[in-house]
Design a protein around this ligand. Structure first.
Ligand code: PMP
Length: 436
């Protein structure tokens, strides 16, 4: 069918009107406002396995998965039981618990890139702390980030590229002092020349270069392995640290994340999302030597009342225990590859101008004819109109994708063969609508 009737969003619309009285834009995080897609944001009532229900009673197969953390789907039995068991023992103590040790042990014994970890409560906090650590460790101030990488909303990182190959950044948010932005240099991804110029211009001033393990916040910009290895080398040669922000890729591409995918050893790694099994958790980690600079051992201060929160730790332990089982990631990747391949075949048969980029259990639909997209400026903003049409059609067919064409999708362990087949059919029909 090439037309669809819009689902009812009456109740969601009503709730959104109320929400606008309480919250700026009616939301507590901007992208939820559905500004880049059609219609009112859906207010979600509940989730179970790979399914979501909204306030109007519409049911969806969920490929957003809370933006990544729900690698086991919604309402996972083990996570729910672990959380429930913890609830009666207490929600927060602000004191150490053995749950922190258990989660740390699960992570550190399965991750070859870090020796010590510190838990925080969000990805933003993890990255902000990692930047401070890099500055404290190197006694340098400048950091380099890449256009098209998102690292949370801390001041140093809400910076966009200025004009020219290598320039001081410009703030990308009101309220970020220009003086802060001046310590952040923004360059294009996958560009060796820009890296060389950065290190020749700001020699001995750069504390760290930060990159997303696999950039996945502005499309899925899979980098060439030799480029990332070059990045590793040039940072090392210049005494700058390499921070790998694995908030999305960590525990999504396996316990060793994108660092192992590229076969490199970063200096500091940041994690979030999956670690908490759906509860708010972030983390950063590095070698014993680098982590010794964190308070109370060292002079870099970083703290948190709710850090290592027992309920969140319990959820994380339950989640990662399942992920650590042999074959977990292989199965998830097989499901994703089959899903993507079937859709690619259909797209080819029809001659549609869509590419599906994928790594692990992450996928991204790009409305383009280009074989590869590795830099932010290779994405055509006009192509987002097509995503908007697809998104509306998908919702009408019971498929929930992220509310922006720059966002990637995720497949979870809870997606059954039936879910995947239903989704494939709906996606094909939605593409037909886009190209009709
Ligand atoms: N880094 C990366 C790579 C992210 O994808 C995100 C969030 N999408 C963040 C940092 C910030 O994490 P949070 O939203 O939990 O603060």
């Amino acid at each position: 069918s090439t037309t669809t009737k819009d689902i009812s969003r009456e109740k969601s619309a009503e709730l959104f009107e109320k929400a606008k009285q309480y919250f700026p834009g009616g939301v507590n995080s901007p992208v939820r406002a559905f500004k880049s897609v059609y219609g009112t944001p859906l207010f979600i009532e509940r989730g179970d396995k790979a399914h979501l229900w909204d306030a109007d009673g519409n049911e969806f197969i969920d490929f957003c998965c809370s933006w990544g953390p729900l690698i086991l789907g919604h309402n996972n039995d083990n996570i729910r039981e672990a959380v429930t068991a913890q609830l009666s023992k207490g929600l927060s103590f602000g004191a150490p618990t053995q749950l922190e040790n258990k989660l740390a042990e699960l992570i550190l014994s399965n991750n070859k890139h870090i020796e010590k970890i510190r838990f925080v409560s969000s990805g933003t906090e993890a990255v902000m702390s990692a930047i401070r650590l890099a500055r404290g460790y190197t006694k340098r101030d400048k950091i380099v980030k890449f256009e098209g990488c998102y690292h949370g909303h801390s001041d140093s990182l809400l910076v966009k590229a200025g004009s020219g190959l290598v320039t001081f950044g410009e703030t990308s948010s009101a309220g970020v002092p220009q003086a802060f932005a001046a310590e952040t240099i923004v360059i294009a991804l996958n560009d060796r020349e820009a890296l060389q110029e950065v290190f020749s211009t700001y020699k001995d001033e750069i504390a760290a270069v930060i990159i997303e393990g696999i950039p996945a916040n502005n499309g899925l910009l899979i980098q060439d392995k030799d480029y990332v290895q070059y990045l590793r080398q040039i940072t090392k040669d210049n005494g700058a640290l390499l921070i790998f922000d694995e908030v999305i890729t960590g525990f999504r591409l396996g316990f060793n994340g994108a660092a192992t995918y590229y076969d490199i050893q970063p200096d500091i790694l940041t994690y979030g999302k999956i670690i908490g099994g759906g509860m708010p958790v972030g983390a950063y980690g590095a070698s014993n030597e680098i982590m010794a600079h964190i308070s109370p051992d060292g002079g870099v201060y970083q703290a948190g009342t709710l850090s290592g929160n027992p309920v969140a730790m319990a959820a994380g332990i339950a989640a990662l225990s399942i992920l650590a089982q042999p074959g977990f990631y292989e199965r998830l990747e097989e499901v994703t590859t089959a899903f993507v391949n079937e859709l690619r075949q259909y797209i080819q048969e029809k001659g549609y101008g869509v590419k599906i980029f994928t790594v692990g259990s992450i996928f991204w639909f790009a409305f383009t004819d280009q074989e590869h997209i590795k830099r932010a400026d290779e994405i055509d903003p006009a192509s987002m109109e097509k995503y908007k049409v697809m998104h509306r059609a998908l919702l009408n067919k019971g498929i929930y994708f992220g509310p922006s064409g720059y966002e990637v999708g995720f497949i979870s362990h809870a997606h059954t063969a039936e879910d995947i087949n239903t989704a494939i059919k709906a996606i094909k029909e939605s593409l037909d609508i886009v190209y009709q």
